[in-house]
Ligand binder design. Structure first.
Ligand code: TMP
Length: 207
């Protein structure tokens, strides 16, 4: 049986990727594909528990090193318990965030050395690289406005500051420039329909 397709979705908080993933799931299911939608951190019982620790605003004392290892621990479990078996089954795996988030947030955002991150990440996930990663590109101010409108602008994010999100945003674009074969940047400041049409057009060669 053909190995399935592994597709990841990235962007700063508020870029609209989760909406796009949900729409894509419907579309691909209607086309007859078996689709497994999952997310990081999360996707398995253990990884979802790690997620709770990571996003709890009470854990402000968490060190950068602890944060990195927790994201990677969640990934190590997720890849082996869920993603690899789904791909072996021939499914399409749509993953809301994956390795690029670690490079963008912990690398460009927090300033952790990239070579170390790449090495640690390889230990966590082995050779299970997504076939393609879509990065939803939206200006930081617009992402914040969207989240404000939806009442989703969490304290944790606001307190991290604009600068942090500008570094992450630029980091994603830089990661796209470094690996254009595997990273596809999409202008996400357009309407939901326009963005969805482009995602579908660009995804077809990877199915
Ligand atoms: P989400 O809100 O898109 O589900 O992601 C949760 C948060 O985790 C988001 O702020 C991005 C962050 N994150 C990292 O900092 N590093 C990572 O490796 C991953 C997967 C997520």
């Amino acid at each position: 049986m053909k190995r399935g397709s592994f597709i990841a979705f990235e962007g700063i908080d508020g870029c609209g990727k989760s909406t796009q993933v949900a729409l894509l799931r419907e579309k691909l299911s209607r086309m007859g594909y078996t689709v497994d939608v999952t997310r990081e951190p999360g996707g398995t019982v253990i990884s979802e528990r790690i997620r709770e620790i990571l996003i709890d605003p009470k854990h402000s004392e968490m060190t950068d090193e602890c944060e990195i290892l927790l994201y990677l621990a969640a990934r190590a479990q997720h890849v082996r318990q869920r993603i690899v078996p789904a791909l072996e089954n021939g499914d399409i795996v749509l993953c809301d965030r994956f390795q690029l988030a670690t490079f963008a947030y912990q690398g460009f955002g927090r300033g952790f050395p990239m070579e170390r991150l790449i090495e640690l990440n390889e230990f966590a996930m082995g050779a299970n690289v997504p076939d393609v990663t879509f990065v939803f590109d939206i200006p930081v101010e617009e992402a914040f406005n969207r989240m404000r409108k939806m009442n989703k602008l969490k304290d944790r994010l606001e307190s991290a500051g604009d600068e942090f999100f500008h570094r992450i945003h630029n980091g994603y674009l830089e990661l796209g420039r470094r690996d254009p074969q595997r990273v596809s940047i999409i202008d996400a400041s357009r309407s939901i329909e326009e963005v969805q049409n482009e995602v579908i057009e660009r995804i077809i060669p990877f199915l």
